[in-house]
Design a protein around this ligand. Sequence first.
Ligand SMILES: Nc1ncnc2c1ncn2[C@@H]1O[C@H](COP(=O)(O)OP(=O)(O)OP(=O)(O)O)[C@@H](O)[C@H]1O
Ligand SMILES: [Mg+2]
Length: 310
Amino acid sequence: MLRHVTAVRYATPLREGGSLPGLMEGDDLGTWVVKFSGAGQGPKALVAEVIVGELARELGLAVPELVGIDVDPELGRTEPDQEVQDLLRASAGLNLGMDYLPGSITYDPLAFDVTPEIAARVLWLDALTLNVDRSWRNPNLLVWGGRLWLIDHGAALYPHHDWASAAAAVGRVLPGIADHVLLPVVAAQPTTFAAADTALAPRIDAELLTAVLARVPDAWLDVPRADYVHWLLARVAARAPTRDAVTAALAQAHPAAEMAPGARVAAAALASRRRGASPADSAKAGRPDWLRAGDWLRTGGAAAVENRDA
Ligand SMILES: Nc1ncnc2c1ncn2[C@@H]1O[C@H](COP(=O)(O)OP(=O)(O)OP(=O)(O)O)[C@@H](O)[C@H]1O
Ligand SMILES: [Mg+2]
């Protein structure tokens, strides 16, 4: 299980996040980025956060600590924003906390050097877990203490929003590989991707996955933990098309410097993004038009993703 803390104060909403995460103080004196169970994406986004975040950690990548955090909606009573009040009321009880990295900045390919080895491992894991949220417009990578930190895995494992069709997605290739923020870094030394595959694939076995799944709170699960274990093992076994697609994308990748001006414009749009922005705004802010915060999950978006690439 994840460590458990109790929130004692609601500090402020983190408005740059589409799911309106909140910054909260815990009874452990920690400061936590809280992802709310009552947010539009639902508890399954939290399941994906735990599984992919903890898997990344087990594979040696840096992920801020994750905890279960108990939230009393009363903590938001002085928060003037009605949307925040509603979100807290819908999220009474257990939520997900991620250790807040003070002073961290969003990864910028021109400002911070990531080794191709680390970049290849992140790319490999994102491809395996179908993490569609690591684009160069919305990297969900932070730089802090001279290291690269992985955050925001709520959109990964998207087939779990429709278990009936999840079996058909075991061999599925990550949509939008060409937009992955670390693709140019890996492309500078493409053999690192095959090396990551050789190093990481054998480590993802039933024992590791069972240990990772044990950290997911019961309250957020709608299938047995073993279903996730089997599905991920099947993806590892069926990863050949994924490997081929990433290898092809690496061969066509543009250098980071060519992407950077666009990335900067998009980063500015991202900073001004607000929850409830129109689909057009979402697209401008860097979210693929088939992945708009909230609505794609509620309206069978997983199926839309399947159709988009069919
Ligand atoms: N652990 C952390 N430490 C510092 N800042 C963080 C942390 N987690 C998130 N943030 C900041 O808050 C923003 C929103 O967080 P996150 O991306 O997890 O939320 P989200 O609602 O899932 O966002 P998205 O719009 O990408 O779906 C991040 O882009 C980052 O700027
Ligand atoms: Mg994010």
